[in-house]
Design a protein around this ligand. Structure first.
Ligand code: ARG
Length: 259
């Protein structure tokens, strides 16, 4: 009886051990099959990338969905790393990120340091201010304090405006801070991408904005370290998604109510 029990126990143990070995072998194999790519982003940019703090601390948005679609088609897993927008190019250069999706515009200056995919979304500059600010056209910015995100093309735009029309330029790392500074009256206005700015207007009802229509549209593209072999692979998948309507589906999902 006792012997029988020991035998039974050891059989159960052995079976358990075998199963454990089997499964650990499987997971380690899967992990090596699927390389994890790190996506760098600045999660202050709804609906491109943001955190719905009331719901979870996960980074969601159009860029995240697009990156997930492309990486999974290519057989990669991915991980999202949040940082300040101004540090993203450097993160690619130092290998902290394999690619960047952050509504980033492929400017000539950035192209000296990183490579870009084709453009996947276009947008315009918007001047955001309080409804009672009296700012309704570019000329109204004369002498005003204008906020921009550090290292963005909106910061370049502010410098360009300043050449014609003296303004006081202030920069912040996060878009949310620009919004706060306008609300508190420290900034008279901010330059923000129209799609992102519009996202604030439903909640921040004292704010409004107008776009600078005469400007060429500022597009977003995926950034990679120079000479990465991912650039061409991602670009091909992006092209397919443009052709088969998958990209439009994502655009409707995330920007639908603004079109
Ligand atoms: N498109 C602009 C640029 O490239 C702003 C992008 C800001 N992105 C962000 N995730 N905060 O400069």
């Amino acid at each position: 009886m006792k012997k029988g029990l020991i035998l039974l126990l050891s059989m159960v143990l052995a079976a358990g051990l075998l199963a454990a070995c089997g499964s650990s072998e499987k997971t380690s194999k899967a992990a090596s099959d699927k390389k994890v790519l790190v996506m760098g982003t600045s999660a202050d940019y709804a609906p491109f990338e943001y955190i719905e703090t009331e719901k979870s601390d996960e980074i969601i948005g159009f860029d995240v969905d697009l990156a997930k679609a492309i990486t999974s088609k290519l057989g990669y897993k991915m991980e999202v790393k949040d940082m300040d927008f101004n540090g993203l190019v450097q993160a690619l250069k130092s290998g902290q990120a394999d690619f960047v999706l952050a509504g980033m515009t492929p400017t000539e200056k950035r192209k000296k340091n990183v490579d870009f995919s084709d453009i996947y979304y276009t947008a315009q500059f918007m001047i955001v201010s309080k409804k009672d600010s009296g700012i309704s056209k570019l000329e109204d910015l004369k002498g005003k304090t204008v906020g921009v995100q550090l290292g963005s093309i909106q910061a370049d735009k502010a410098k360009e405006i300043n050449e014609e029309l003296p303004i006081k330029i202030e920069d912040r790392n996060r878009i949310q801070d620009l919004i706060q500074e306008i609300k508190s009256g420290r900034f008279d206005a901010a330059i923000i991408e129209d799609t992102v700015a519009k996202g604030y207007f439903t909640k921040e009802t004292e704010l409004e904005g107008f776009t600078l229509n005469d400007d060429p549209e500022a597009g977003s593209a995926i950034a990679f370290p120079k000479d990465s072999d991912l650039t061409e692979k991602f670009n091909q998948e992006l092209k397919k998604m443009k052709e088969n309507g998958e990209l439009d589906e994502l655009i409707i999902k995330w920007f639908g109510d603004q079109q």
